[in-house]
Design a protein around this ligand. Structure first.
Ligand code: NAG
Ligand code: NAG
Ligand code: NAG
Ligand code: NAG
Ligand code: NAG
Ligand code: NAG
Ligand code: NAG
Length: 442
């Protein structure tokens, strides 16, 4: 082996070593997730997260109805309280669609169609023929027409189609066109914050009785609940526009929770800070944690939304009803977010629709004590479908990066070791040669 060969070997190994050290230092500074997110917030089509969002929300809508099982006894005066039996779930498969209307570097405008496909799942429901069964509920026409039949029998199908949003003509006519922030100009923390809803910075609530009495709720800066900014912390302040409630609701960080092997932050809904914009129609303020809906949806029936089974409400339901069992596990509304990407893993906005009974003293005496009471009618929950593998992959990129980062230092060590060995060999050879030459000279 010649001297040049050794030199070449040492030089190339040294270069490799230096390169490895450089790679290590560079990778140490380089945050692959941050870079991915920087591309993602530009919200261009090829990003898989954009595809997922376009066909969202997706999952199962579960509806529970309340059947009155002692209407005769109650009307006859034998029973003091209305006995409610929960019927459900009545399950639907839901796939929404976000239709992008226009896009610039800094904003995207889209029409949110939350119930584009909605299909009844007979075998995911409490019974396959549940829609053909009948329940007994307060007759909403009786309230409007002031007739004497307070309770009536109605098929589950008819009840849902006259009372539940996705099947209601009123909702179908309600358009939701959002313009939200995208791109780097607004900063990563403002990604997907609402600029306008239907071209306005605020929504005006609907008042059928008095068009000059309206109240506006600011939606600018809130989220539409489909996406949130990347890298949210437990401290990030988040408000969502809840279209069912016509309100902007602040979120409150509660705890960490795991779903689909992904670690999420769980947020619960808080009472809005703003003054109660929409006092109840018949003059009485609603109990805490209830929302008057009569001026939100184009709806004649005074409706108040609460958490299912009046969970967390100060309303003393047990004075009037039997059969409810409020608990956090089944009834607390929450959102579970992936903090790194700001993608919801679960979106359990559970609400119960209640009828606010008016003054019924014109009816016979037995019913008059139901005046101004709040009658539960149905509640619903949404179970989000599984997120595709790509989301898991992005979540683990930092672990992958860390694993890959071990390689350059190993390579550097290996080449150093090799250099030392070769040098030793070379030195020994030279010494031996010199020694042999000296020997020959003697
Ligand atoms: C609702 O209750 C009534 C009795 O009040 C009963 O006849 C009916 O079968 C119940 N409906 C369902 C779906 O269980
Ligand atoms: C429900 O009733 C309709 C007609 O009344 C019938 O066509 C349908 O098959 C019934 N569905 C079930 C699941 O029993
Ligand atoms: C809902 O709209 C359809 C047509 O779009 C109409 O035929 C139907 O009568 C409407 N239903 C109600 C309850 O207004
Ligand atoms: C309508 O609302 C306005 C403003 O709140 C109020 O001054 C007016 O008296 C109301 N009219 C009726 C008929 O309630
Ligand atoms: C949240 O913010 C407060 C002050 O703004 C700070 O003291 C606290 O450490 C922050 N908590 C987290 C988890 O970032
Ligand atoms: C709620 O109603 C029940 C039953 O009527 C009664 O025992 C209880 O004291 C009430 N609670 C409050 C806080 O009013
Ligand atoms: C050193 O020289 C001796 C005698 O010439 C030879 O036998 C031996 O193999 C050499 N050693 C190396 C490592 O080249």
């Amino acid at each position: 082996m010649s001297k040049t060969y050794f030199c070449l070997k040492i030089v190339s190994l040294s270069l490799f070593c230096v390169l490895s050290i450089y790679l290590f230092v560079f990778a140490f500074d380089y945050d692959i997730q941050y870079d991915l997110m920087k591309t993602y917030i530009q919200f261009k089509d090829p990003m898989p997260a954009v595809d997922i969002w376009m066909n969202s929300p997706f999952g199962k809508l579960e509806i529970y109805l309340f059947n009155v099982t002692n209407s005769e006894e109650f009307l006859g005066g034998c029973h003091k309280k209305i006995r409610l039996e929960q019927i459900g779930p009545i399950t639907y498969n839901v796939i929404g669609f976000n239709d992008i209307l226009s896009r610039t570097e800094d904003s995207v405008t889209y029409r949110r169609n939350r119930y584009r496909h909605i299909n009844f799942l007979p075998y995911g429901s409490v019974s396959p023929n549940i829609l053909n069964q009948t329940i007994v509920q307060v007759n909403d026409k009786a309230i409007l027409d002031r007739s004497n039949t307070l309770f009536s029998s109605i098929s589950v199908y008819d009840f849902l189609h006259s009372n539940f949003d996705p099947f209601n003509n009123a909702t179908k006519e309600r358009e939701e066109v959002f313009t939200v922030n995208i791109g780097i100009k607004h900063g990563m923390e403002n990604f997907f914050r609402i600029q306008t809803l239907n071209g306005e910075y605020s929504i005006k609530t609907y008042d059928r009785a008095n068009s000059s009495s309206s109240c506006s709720i600011n939606v600018k800066g809130a989220f539409d609940n489909s996406l949130f900014p990347p890298f949210i912390t437990k401290n990030t302040s988040l408000n969502i526009f809840v279209s069912e409630l016509c309100r902007v609701i602040p979120l409150h960080y509660q705890r960490e929770e795991t779903k689909q092997d992904l670690n999420g932050y769980r947020y619960v809904l808080q009472r809005p800070n703003e003054k109660e914009c929409l006092p109840v129609e018949n003059g009485k303020p609603l109990p805490k944690d209830m929302y008057d809906m009569s001026k939100c949806v184009n709806n004649d029936i005074p409706t108040a939304f609460s958490a299912p089974h009046f969970y967390g409400s100060s309303y003393n339901w047990s004075e009037n009803f039997e059969g409810l069992n409020p608990n956090a596990e089944e009834h607390e509304a929450y959102i579970l977010l992936l903090p790194m990407m700001g993608i919801p893993i679960n979106n359990n906005l559970r609400f119960q629709s209640n009828m606010v009974l008016p003054d019924l003293s014109y009816l016979d005496n037995k019913l008059s004590h139901l005046s101004n009471k709040i009658m539960p009618r149905l509640w619903y929950d949404f179970e989000m479908g599984k997120l595709p593998f790509i989301v898991h992959f992005v979540m683990y990129t930092n672990i992958l990066q860390r694993m890959v980062m071990i390689l350059p230092p190993l390579a550097a060590l290996w080449s150093l070791n090799k250099i030392i060995k070769i040098r030793r060999q070379f030195n020994y050879k030279t010494i031996n040669n010199t020694y042999n030459q000296q020997k020959a000279n003697i």
